[in-house]
Design a protein around this ligand. Structure first.
Ligand SMILES: [Zn+2]
Length: 416
């Protein structure tokens, strides 16, 4: 039977390595026969049936979509039972794609642990994670950042390093326990092979459709077990009312259970993005210090210019927040900065999508809160409300094509 057999679980202090064998048609679906996780805390006393959870969750959906089998030696009983409901929840999400396959363990272990605290929060440092942190700040959450894109332990990753630097600093200022985890869980499945055979029918990639949520939550479980945490918290990124397929979903994440008492909370899906900006600004207004948030996907600090940065600046301003306190180092006035950005780089800004999806809620809050804003914010909001984004964008695209057209003609003449 085609499938995967977990051959060995090797544990050394804070490091765990899973050696596995892929059989039959699954051979092509893997880039390696080893998955590793390096925690920054000793995990050698944690039962193997708990330590196996991250490996199982990181690849089990591949068995579901390929109708193959995963064999292992031992697993936590509560988690094993939960995989049935997890599969059912994913089946409801992808109701047009039959999820099959099987998961067989030679032994089931009834683990228990003493719950001494409520929360461990998967923390990326973005707006969603900060909102969940603030909402549950009274529970003194452990902050946990997991990086899964390392091919080996020696591998370097600039974005991960920046996350480590920023989040450990944040945890120190806030006085929270910080757990940093390095793994290759995001690169063990061959994405190209998945794309070729599954993506079209599933309508999603391996990473976005299954892997990220299953990997992140499950890798946090041994930490939750060790530190007596009741729930792993993951911040929602899909608000209620938006029907988007994504591995991290309120109906699926909540099905994670382990060691009888442990679970997972997918937090904040009842909030819109603008509600989250409100939660954060309200919190920071009470603090008498800066509260840097990194939202930028392209840099190790906020570039302030990309669509995501611009959206966050708009959202924070609409709630009356001073964006410079939030890690957006903008020189000159907000209006001057963004007017110049739009005049010079409009071709790079996808204002059509931003304008229809994100801006309506922001504009509404700008109207509601206008009287609370300072002069600089009012000038910026006035500009934003009246600026002809769509018209300028059309013109910029046309000019861009026009320039390209002449470049092509000029090249042709030159090459003749
Ligand atoms: Zn940016």
């Amino acid at each position: 039977m085609d499938g995967v057999v977990l051959r060995q679980v090797n544990v050394n202090k804070n490091y765990v390595e899973y050696k596995f064998e892929a059989r039959g048609k699954l051979k092509n679906y893997f880039t390696t026969d080893k998955m590793f996780i390096e925690y920054n805390t000793d995990i050698s006393q944690i039962p193997v049936s708990i330590l196996t959870i991250p490996f199982v969750a990181s690849i089990l959906p591949l068995m579901w979509v390929t109708d193959t089998v995963l064999w292992i030696e031992e697993i936590d009983r509560t988690f094993y039972d939960a995989t049935y409901r997890l599969k059912e929840a994913y089946q409801n999400l992808y109701n047009y794609y039959p999820l099959k396959g099987n998961f067989i363990s030679a032994r089931y272990v009834n683990n228990t642990y003493d719950v001494t605290r409520e929360s461990l929060l998967l923390f990326s440092g973005g707006m969603d994670a900060h909102t969940t942190y603030i909402r549950h700040i009274d529970t003194d959450p452990i902050l946990c950042n997991i990086q899964g894109w390392y091919k080996s332990l020696e591998d370097t990753d600039k974005a991960a390093d920046a996350d480590y630097r920023d989040i450990s600093k944040f945890a120190e200022i806030e006085g929270r326990q910080f757990e940093f985890v390095k793994s290759n869980f995001a690169v063990i499945v061959n994405a190209k092979c998945f794309d070729k055979h599954i993506k079209k029918k599933l309508g999603d990639t391996w990473w976005h459709g299954f892997n990220h949520s299953m990997g992140f939550i499950s890798i946090a479980i041994p930490l939750a077990y060790k530190f007596g945490v009741k729930n792993v918290y993951i911040a929602s990124s899909v608000p209620m009312g938006e029907y988007v397929h994504c591995a991290s979903y309120v109906s699926t994440d909540g099905e994670f259970k382990f060691a009888q008492s442990g679970g997972c909370v997918h937090d904040g899906s009842e909030l819109t993005r603008q509600d989250k900006a409100h939660v954060i600004v309200e919190h920071v207004n009470k603090l008498n210090r800066d509260y840097p948030i990194r939202v930028c996907s392209f840099n190790d600090k906020n570039c302030c210019a990309c669509d995501k940065c611009f959206r966050s600046v708009l959202g924070i301003t609409a709630e009356g927040g001073d964006v410079r306190k939030f890690g957006f180092d903008i020189e000159g006035s907000l209006k001057d900065f963004y007017e110049k950005e739009m005049e010079t780089n409009m071709v790079l800004h996808r204002v059509e999508g931003e304008g229809s999806l994100h801006w309506p809620a922001i504009r509404q809050r700008m109207k509601d809160n206008y009287d609370l804003l300072n002069d600089e914010q009012k000038e910026f909001v006035d500009w934003f409300m009246t600026y002809d984004f769509i018209g300028k964008r059309k013109k910029a695209i046309w000019e861009h094509r026009f320039k390209d057209f002449f470049k092509i003609i000029a090249n042709r003449i030159k090459n003749k």
